[in-house]
Design a protein around this ligand. Sequence first.
Ligand code: SF4
Ligand code: SF4
Length: 235
Amino acid sequence: MRQRVRKGILVFSALMFPMTFFLLSPFVIVLSATQGVLNGSAMIFGFLLIFSVIGSRLFCGWLCPGGAVQDYISGANNRHWNSRWKNLTKYMVWLVWFSFIVFLWIHNRPLKADFLYFIDINTLYLIIYVIVMSIIYLFTLMTGKRGMCHSLCWMAPFMVIGETIADALHIPRFRLKAKPDHCVSCGKCSKICPMGLDIAEMVKSGRVDSKECINCLECVDGCPKKAIKFGIYKR
Ligand code: SF4
Ligand code: SF4
């Protein structure tokens, strides 16, 4: 039931994406910064960072429209796309992109807040939408399960920063916990993980903490032995 609700929310979010697109945009945030404007994307990314201190990456697993689209594409390519280097790429891209935004904010201060900046559904808007959707489709088709989330997502680093702050300050946050003695190594959890994490191996080692985990709870709900639980725990 829980996974039905989650998937329903993701479908709704994907359907709304043509409207919410510029509120999650790496491009519009740059455009607005060139004009000294703090736009909706900047505010939402800031909110996600703060939310993730307790909520971890629940947004990615339960609400992200880009994630929803990738979950559908994984029907065509469900290869696991998860390694240290593949995951590192997004931080390198993010660092360059976000440093440039901070530079523009400092250069164009004082900033003016405008949540709905650039939201006007016209031809340019639709062209940019189609280009971004094509990138998401093609990249995920070429890579595999949530390839964009692993290697290119511009929002994930904000949430990983929030999680890292929580862990450093010993703030309890949403996370998985393993019960290794319950596990029978059936491998079902690893198979259904939309991020392609080897959660079965993690359960065996007793360490199910991964910054790549999107807290979708597929593994919790799919484990026949209830060997994975979730809650708000300290590290
Ligand atoms: S689904 Fe459960 S029992 Fe099977 S490998 Fe994963 S944690 Fe172990
Ligand atoms: S480890 Fe579990 S909760 Fe995390 S992404 Fe994979 S299936 Fe979802």
